[in-house]
Design a protein around this ligand. Structure first.
Ligand SMILES: Cc1cc2nc3c(=O)[nH]c(=O)nc-3n(C[C@H](O)[C@H](O)[C@H](O)COP(=O)(O)OP(=O)(O)OC[C@H]3O[C@@H](n4cnc5c(N)ncnc54)[C@H](O)[C@@H]3O)c2cc1C
Length: 248
């Protein structure tokens, strides 16, 4: 039996549908024109002027960060049940989630930092993510193992003094090609001797860590025909990062 849609969701749905009628559906062609132009320039990973134009309108319409399930610094969240019908609407236009700051992988990454991050990590990464100023990547999947089972992950994360040393290879990292992607959550093993499901941890790794240490390099980004699809391959052999450790 399906749950009844709450009055809060009904009200949000009404505003969201109106926003789609006014700003999303009429701009679908423009979005793809922008993407075609980017590709002709040789790089589809550019910030879309259309999405940047629409973001303030979505914010003003109160259609912003609707995914957040918990209260965060006084901003109330909504339950996943309330959020699901909104996703049905946003799912109709593949690029629309970003207009409302509700796109993967940022939503899950923001939830993780909100739940497990320190206050300093929230100030540094969560606030600009919630403001739609930066983007993020989630690096779990690895080329060498069946990654649907996280216990197979081989990337190692080892503490050395004040730093974590990360050794591993990752791919299928959604959003890693975005010029605004500045923070990665990387999953690896910190405790290989622990019980099978307690070996893994996740660390926050600022993107510029890789460049600074010359240790991680983009392997290239596979693009689907019409939209930039988020599959950066990354190697992070002996990448070193300051001790940022949000979750286990
Ligand atoms: C659009 C898209 C975006 C993605 N974004 C990200 C991202 O942002 N970050 C990230 O880390 N990854 C991302 N991925 C990768 C995705 O998480 C993995 O592809 C997924 O977890 C499956 O892992 P795998 O590819 O290693 O396949 P496998 O784990 O090898 O699975 C292949 C098949 O084998 C089956 N299988 C696996 N193990 C077993 C077993 N023990 N017994 C029986 N059957 C088994 C699986 O069910 C599946 O059918 C993305 C993938 C897609 C398509």
């Amino acid at each position: 039996m399906f749950a009844e849609t709450s009055p809060k969701t009904l009200e949000l749905l009404q505003r969201l549908r109106q926003f789609f009628d006014e700003h999303i559906y009429p701009n679908e062609e423009r979005y793809y024109r922008e993407m075609d132009a980017f590709r002709r320039q040789g790089n589809a990973w550019q910030v879309s002027p259309l999405i940047e134009e629409l973001k303030p309108l979505a914010r003003a319409a109160g259609l912003w960060n609707m995914f957040l399930p918990h209260d965060h610094r006084g901003v109330p969240g909504i339950s996943n049940l309330d959020y699901a019908p909104l996703c049905e609407v946003m799912g109709r236009v593949s690029w629309s989630g970003e207009v409302f700051n509700c796109s993967a992988p940022d939503t899950g990454n923001m939830e993780t930092i909100e739940r497990y991050g320190t206050e300093a990590q929230k100030d540094q990464w969560l606030e600009p993510l919630l403001a739609g100023e930066i983007r993020s990547g989630f690096l779990m999947t690895e080329p060498a193992v069946a990654s649907s089972d996280a216990t197979n992950i081989q990337c190692t994360i080892r503490r050395e003094g004040d730093e974590y040393v990360i050794n591993g290879r990752k791919w299928f990292s959604s959003g890693a090609g975005s010029p605004r992607c500045t923070i990665f959550i990387i999953m690896g093993k910190t405790d290989p001797g622990a019980p099978r499901h307690a070996q893994q941890s996740m660390v926050l790794v600022p993107r510029d860590t890789a460049g600074r240490h010359g240790a991680a390099a983009p392997l290239g980004v596979r693009l689907r025909r019409r939209t930039p699809r988020p599959h950066g391959g990354l190697v992070g052999e002996r990448a070193r990062t300051g001790g940022q450790h949000p979750a286990r």
